[in-house]
Ligand binder design. Structure first.
Ligand SMILES: Nc1nc2c(ncn2[C@@H]2O[C@H](COP(=O)(O)OP(=O)(O)OP(=O)(O)O)[C@@H](O)[C@H]2O)c(=O)[nH]1
Ligand SMILES: [Mg+2]
Length: 324
């Protein structure tokens, strides 16, 4: 049996992984079918909806690092995609995951007989390197250590000096890199996926602190449900709203713009249609989507617990106001 090409596209929370995978999907060879396995720290899973817009086969593993959540969601997700015989699988681990263990798991039994894992691409926001909170973060470090291709993203936001610091920082890592470069808007070239992978002897260790995975779902007649997650110094709260819920666009935009959270991601049914809302580095991006009916998903991530109840009251008040 031919092995299926696979690549990991990794990088810290909000660096632009999903944007980069969308770009790769838009530029893939026309004849090929590509699939995406997307893993999120938050419980509701927002990136899957964003990536599905690109017409790829998508499988989501929400609720924490996919090598940690028990119940084999990563194996189940990969097998579901492999059963559809794609030409390539792109894997987006959560920015708050364990890239070493994920690569280890993908390159050993049983996946080494079905997947041909190519270059691992790590995206980095050069502005983070001067910030000790990132530099001292084990995942941030591991993601660069394990990369074959290191790409500075968000070049539009960073200075020449920050870019020079990025190149010096990456050059100081042991081990060969196939390419170190920079882009805007995750504009990765598909040819980079075929660059050589340098074996790094990562070995998968099953984590004993694994939490069982449960998929967040609405009960019959429920308007919404919510779930929090916590780990690696981050806390998230995600809400899932029923298909009937419709939010006022301006009120939601105002709320997300003023909420002081490290990361907000949402795909929401608004009075103006479906929109993806994204906040990273205090900058909000809004993208119209072609979905017609779906549940609305909102995920907020920060290093501390935010007043989730208050936030929920505000979200529900928007629904009441739009009913009137
Ligand atoms: N200014 C600027 N914004 C960018 C660039 N690339 C991505 N973004 C924005 O950064 C935000 C996060 O992008 P995503 O692609 O969702 O990032 P991610 O790494 O998948 O995020 P998580 O999955 O939550 O870790 C979005 O608002 C993007 O529009 C860029 O080159 N420049
Ligand atoms: Mg993402």
């Amino acid at each position: 049996m031919d092995k299926v090409a696979a690549n990991i596209v990794t990088g810290f929370l909000g660096v632009g992984k999903t944007t980069a995978i969308r770009h790769l999907l838009a530029n893939k060879p026309l004849k090929e079918r590509w699939a995406v396995l997307v893993n999120e720290f938050g419980e509701v899973g927002v990136d899957g909806a964003i990536l599905s817009e690109q017409g790829a086969l998508v499988k989501e593993v929400p609720g924490g690092c996919m090598c940690c959540v028990a119940g084999l969601p990563m194996t189940v997700g990969l097998n579901t995609l492999l059963a559809q015989k794609p030409d390539r699988i792109l894997i987006e681990p959560t920015g708050l995951g364990h890239p070493k263990d994920i690569i280890g798991k993908l390159t050993q039994d049983p996946f080494d007989s079905t997947l041909n894992v190519g270059a691992t691409i790590t995206l980095v926001d050069p502005r983070c390197i001067d910030d000790v909170r990132y530099r001292e973060n084990e995942n941030f470090h591991d993601q660069i250590a394990l990369a074959d291709v290191v790409v500075a993203n968000k070049l539009d936001q960073c200075s020449e000096a920050q870019l020079a610091t990025f190149h010096d920082y990456v050059a100081a890592f042991d081990g060969e890199k196939s390419l170190v470069t920079g882009v805007e808007q995750g504009a990765l070239e598909t040819a980079w996926l075929a660059l050589p992978r340098h074996a790094r002897h990562a070995h998968y260790h099953h984590r004993s602190d694994a939490e069982p995975m449960t998929t967040l779902a609405l009960g019959p007649g429920d308007t919404f449900t919510r779930k929090e997650n916590q780990g690696q110094g981050y806390i998230s709260c995600g809400w899932l709203f029923s298909e009937q819920c419709c939010f006022p666009f301006d009120a939601l935009y105002g709320l997300f713009s003023n909420l002081n959270a490290q990361r907000i991601k949402a795909v929401v049914n608004t009075e103006e249609g479906f929109y993806a809302f994204n906040v990273a580095n205090q900058v909000i991006t809004v993208t119209p989507m072609s979905i017609e009916t779906a549940e609305s998903r909102i995920e907020v991530i920060d290093t501390q617990a935010l007043p989730w109840d208050e936030l929920e009251t505000i979200l529900l008040s928007f629904l009441k106001a739009s009913d009137e």
